[in-house]
Design a protein around this ligand. Structure first.
Ligand code: NAP
Length: 525
């Protein structure tokens, strides 16, 4: 039997009861490690995190906590090679795809370390200006943001075991809030390895970082009103979490990052042969194949003018045909595996559902695999579908197939395109491709209310842009409606989730004393 990974809770490594749930290599089908959260004293573990971890973190200033994040970066960099080995074995990803997760995590942490250092040696942040309440100005109001005195529980998805932890932990720890992470079981090993290395290095105070691997059962019950939950995963699990007593009755603050039918939109000015058209084709192919399409931000719907439908379909299909699929240990392989055979079955079922309403423009599902047994490996070539009657195919705007799959959809005019994008009911990101800066700005504003991010690609940024699906810590991540309604990252905005806002109404001298105490060391407005 493989090793049972212990949980780290209440400052101790503790194994869960029973044999645990096995994690597998999705290419070879071999068992790697096991996890169990059964029988853990969650209540005691959470209390330790709040009291010991939270207390120690809040005693530090933002700049000191930023220094801690920088130390975590050093630990992760020192162990980086092993993380790639674990990702190769447990996620079945190529080195390039693993880097999106692992190096993305390290980059994001480093960025928050730099931003945090600039906040200086302060312990609270201001929000807006001081405003007079009394006519003579003697009595005023000042809004302050102070770290919440609870813990941050992260319930994460399987597709980003590294970045998914650190993109949340960076702003939480910088805010002075201790973290308990529950990674998705399928790929929990990498999250576990990173936490184990950081704990062993002793760069965080006791109780600042805990990990529970295995079933999520009972995870929300011990939460208290000042705790926060950040969830990333499917809309169905999100609905269960939202209905939990912790959220409904104890007002635990919750952030939801759920699934999303993200779009790529070619504007009417950009026909075949234009630079914008070529950029759309390249980006769609990249988004469909990076991490086998298992990115919450991946392009699922591609909107082009009806006159370009055939040429766009041909160009994307031709590029997809070049993608080699199989065992990522073979250096000729460009696209590795899905995270598990269960995911593989789910993607096949999703394609079958979409195919009832669409035509197949490229079918890679039966293409031969490189160095992988098709009966065992969770590997699958990409599929491009097309819909010439999009209004009759509501399913295309509603069904997230979490794999290398996208649907090409024609539109009549820009109004029709915007209407169709909106059928996604709120998305994380839409990318817009055009030669025309004015049209780009207009389309971006028109779509802004339904998205967390608009990624506008004009030819002059063809080489410089950061990628439709890449989540940069400087920009907001999240989206309204279907996408979960959450907000993450976006620079220091992310810290707000881990702070409580209060208005302090007082005399001018009291408020001056408040500012003076802080400004003696720096400012954090
Ligand atoms: P999932 O099945 O919803 O699982 C997500 C997490 O929730 C896992 O840790 C899971 O634990 C846990 N969980 C399951 N049942 C739970 C319950 N009743 N209460 C509390 N937690 C529970 O999602 P997934 O399959 O891992 O991830 C794929 C989905 O995530 C896709 O739909 C994708 O779009 C979405 N996603 C969104 C974003 C974003 O930022 N918007 C990012 C990445 C992924 P177990 O693994 O132990 O079941």
């Amino acid at each position: 039997m493989s090793e049972l990974l212990p949980n780290y809770l209440a400052g101790q490594w503790q194994s869960g009861d029973g044999p645990g749930t096995p994690l597998f290599d999705p290419v070879l089908g071999t068992e790697l490690v096991r996890v169990s959260s059964s029988g853990l004293d969650l209540q005691g573990g959470y209390a330790y995190a709040r009291d010991e971890g939270g207390g120690a973190l809040r005693a530090l200033t933002y700049a000191q906590r930023a220094g801690m994040l920088a130390a975590v970066v050093d630990v992760l960099k020192a162990n980086r090679d092993r993380y790639f080995e674990i990702a190769l074995a447990n996620s079945g990803t190529t080195r390039q795809d693993s880097a999106v997760d692992i190096d993305g995590a390290i980059f994001t942490l480093g960025q928050y370390a730099r931003w945090g250092a600039a906040l200086g040696d302060t312990r609270w942040m201001g929000d807006g200006d001081t405003v007079p309440l009394a006519k003579d100005g003697s009595f005023r109001s000042r809004h302050v943001l102070v770290p919440t005195r609870g813990l941050a529980l992260f319930i994460n998805a399987f597709n980003f075991p590294a970045w998914g932890l650190w993109e949340k932990a960076a702003p939480a720890l910088l805010s002075g809030v201790p973290v308990v992470v529950k990674p998705a079981t399928t790929t929990a090993w990498l999250t576990h390895a990173m936490v184990a290395d950081v704990v062993a290095a002793g760069v965080l105070p006791a109780g600042a970082l805990s990990i529970v691997c295995g079933s999520a059962r009972g995870l929300l019950s011990p939460l208290q009103p000042f705790d926060v939950v950040s969830f990333t995963g499917s809309a169905d699990t999100a609905a269960t979490i939202r209905a939990d007593d912790a959220i409904v009755r104890r007002s635990v603050r919750v952030n939801i990052e759920a699934d999303s039918l993200n779009s790529a939109l070619l504007l009417p000015d950009a026909g075949p042969g234009s630079a914008a058209f070529e950029l759309l084709v390249a980006e769609v192919v990249r988004e469909m194949t990076v991490k086998s399409g298992q990115k919450c931000t991946a392009i699922r719907r591609v909107f082009v003018p009806a006159s370009c439908y055939a040429s766009a379909g041909e160009a994307i299909a031709a590029a997809l045909a070049q993608v080699t699929v199989g065992n990522p240990r073979n250096s000729t392989v460009r696209m590795g595996a899905l995270a598990s055979r269960q995911q593989w079955e789910g993607v096949h079922a999703g394609i079958a559902k979409l195919r009832r309403h669409t035509e197949v423009l490229y079918d890679g599902t039966s293409a031969p695999l490189v160095d992988a047994d098709p009966a065992v490996a969770a590997c699958m070539g990409p599929t491009l579908l097309g819909g010439s009657r999009p209004d009759e195919a509501a399913v295309v705007h509603d069904t997230e197939v979490f794999g290398p799959v996208a649907t090409l959809l024609p539109y009549d005019d820009l109004e029709d395109a915007v209407r169709q994008v909106r059928l996604g009911q709120g998305s994380l990101v839409t990318s817009i491709y055009t030669q025309d800066a004015g049209q780009a700005a207009q389309a971006a504003l028109e779509l802004a209310d339904g998205h967390g991010r608009l990624h506008v690609i004009t030819p002059e940024v063809g080489a410089a842009h950061t990628g439709h699906g890449n989540v940069m810590p400087m920009s907001l991540h999240g989206g309204p409606g279907r996408a979960g309604g959450g907000e993450e990252l976006g620079g220091l905005r992310a810290l707000q989730f881990y702070h409580r806002r209060a208005a302090i109404q007082a005399s001018a001298p009291v408020l001056d004393a408040l500012e003076a105490a802080r400004e003696a060391h720096g400012t954090a407005d």
